[in-house]
Design a protein around this ligand. Structure first.
Ligand code: ASP
Ligand code: MG
Length: 422
């Protein structure tokens, strides 16, 4: 058994979906559980629908949703002939689910509505891809993953109930593989015990696929992307970024933690626990070897560079200029946890604590306000956080050249520099 995950870019246009079908066909003599993301930027578009709805702009929400509907219907029209009508019935059900909700007035919290609306992106894309595979002679079973992935009701960041989910996988998914080699489903979404839809956090499909791989004891997981494999830096920012053929789990956990947009950070653990290798391969050319991520020690890695823009730096001075003791530090961590924001760097000094965070404006504002109860608070924005693993001094000099350095943290493996373009 293999697990494949195809991201939004791989099913963005009709030719891309045809390409995905070709890849699947070439592996279809063996059982594969396939997770497919929402098409292209659909999730972003659905977020706009949820925002408009929640802010009382109902007409706008319906209009925005209509655009998403039309894109999917058009894609289906291009791709399908014999399976078109049956697919349209399925799509219509998903459309109605959302439109029904949009005609109401919001009475619950935003995150709940977000999940009810945004989850439809993966349902639509997988229904279309599944119909296309079946029409192309690749027998495929489509599954609504909300019947399989049970989660808590922490909407937008729901946690999986492993016991329940494991049982559904053992019973329902295994049964489907007795009928066909290809089982296709959604990532990123799940459902509570009250049948409310949930999402697992943006870009969560990699993680869903890893949960399947773990529970199915898969021989491997493959994430199909539009790049050759994992690179040592973002090729859009660094045109001479290098391809990395082999990595170990720990390195990827570190990279994801520091913000490398390679793989969703939660993906590795379920694979590592069972020693399942993860391949990152290029859907534009399936014959390229791609990157393998596994348990083996890898030597001689190039420096790995991660750049995070739009950082905020909060400097908190204790009011009486006494030493910053354990109490203020505890208060700060409590605030961060209440606001649900993860610090990228914390540095404590004699009379101040500095915290670097992603600049999510409402959260930063709330944090600054709440912290001002205990501290004198200063906020600086527009900063860039550079992280380099396996750094070399000379290269670090080049990367920070012409910037004003605000904060620096360094360990033998990793250096982080918070800086401001001069
Ligand atoms: N469609 C979701 C997102 O864009 C989940 C995913 O693609 O992993 O965040
Ligand atoms: Mg994606």
């Amino acid at each position: 058994m293999k697990v494949f995950k195809f991201g939004g870019a791989s099913v963005q246009q009709t030719e891309k979906i045809q390409n995905v079908a070709n890849i699947i066909r070439s592996y279809s003599d063996q059982p594969i559980l396939i997770v497919v993301s929402a098409m292209g930027k659909t999730t972003n578009a659905l977020e706009k629908v949820a925002e408009a709805f929640f802010e009382g702009r109902q007409d706008e929400a319906l209009k925005l949703f209509e655009l998403i509907k039309q894109t999917h219907i058009n894609t289906a029209k291009y791709l399908l002939v014999t399976h078109f009508n049956a697919l349209m019935d399925e799509l219509a059900n998903f459309f109605t689910e959302v439109e029904w909700l949009l005609h109401d007035k919001p009475v619950r919290e935003y995150d709940y509505y977000y999940d009810q609306i945004v989850c439809v992106g993966e349902l639509l894309s997988t229904a279309i891809v599944s119909a296309y595979l079946n029409e192309s002679g690749i027998p495929t079973q489509w599954v609504d993953v909300r019947d399989i992935f049970r989660t808590d009701d922490n909407f937008r960041d729901a946690a999986i109930d492993w016991n329940f989910t494991s049982q559904r996988v053992q019973e329902d998914i295994i049964l489907l593989f007795q009928e066909t080699n290809i089982v296709l489903t959604q990532g990123f979404i799940g459902s509570t015990d009250e049948n409310e839809s949930t999402t697992l956090g943006r870009e969560g499909s990699d993680y869903s696929a890893a949960v399947f791989a773990n529970l199915l004891n898969a021989e491997s997981q493959t994430i199909w992307k539009d790049v050759e494999g994992v690179m040592n830096a973002d090729p859009k920012q660094f045109p001479d970024a290098q391809f990395i053929a082999e990595l170990n789990y720990e390195e990827v956990i570190e990279m994801a933690y520091y913000g490398a947009q390679v793989i969703h950070p939660k993906t590795i653990k379920p694979l590592q626990n069972k020693g399942i290798p993860l391949f990152v391969k290029c859907f534009l050319d399936k014959n390229l070897p791609g990157t393998v991520i596994h348990n083996k020690k890898v030597h001689g890695l190039p420096p790995i560079i991660v750049i995070k823009k739009e950082q905020a730096l909060l400097t908190l001075h204790s009011r009486d200029f006494s030493f910053v003791g354990e109490k203020p530090v505890a208060d700060l961590y409590q605030l961060l946890s209440d606001i649900k924001i993860k610090p990228n760097i914390i540095q404590t000094g004699a009379v101040s604590i500095q915290v670097c965070l992603d600049d999510k404006p409402e959260k930063i504002q709330k944090l600054a306000l709440d912290a001002s109860e205990f501290f004198e608070v200063q906020v600086e924005k527009g900063l860039t956080l550079l992280t380099v693993r396996h750094y070399q001094e000379e290269q670090l000099q080049k990367l920070t050249n012409g910037h004003r350095i605000k904060l620096k943290q360094q360990s033998p493996e990793t250096v982080q520099v918070l800086m401001q373009p001069a």
